[in-house]
Unconditional design. Sequence first.
Length: 135
Amino acid sequence: MAALPKPTTAGTPSPAAATPTAAAGLPLSAPPTPPSTSSSVTADYAATVNGRLERAKTYPRLARMRREEGTVQVRFTLARDGTVTACTVTGGSGHDLLDVEACALVYRASPMPPPPDAGPGGRLDMAVPIRFSLN
């Protein structure tokens, strides 16, 4: 299995670096929040993307053991074929393990269905909060 690119962070203070250990999928209690986009996308497509992200979500084992929770804001880019080409953490949770996992799950969920209305250059930028909750 190929290594995933390391997510970039924008204005997020970074605690001591740690490598996440993905555990088996752990359901998260918060309902998904619809993604926002830089171009108009139908609510159905946004819900489809959100469903893919929810199915790909896992809780890092070490973060679970440490009882770390939080919401990570990510922005990612989809190519015309639905492949995720970039992911950036735009608002960190305060926990490196959760921040890294948020972009890792975006890449795991790729490819998404092709966007109905790709923007300039045939790409679509989306922003979505990813919540990690142990309840």
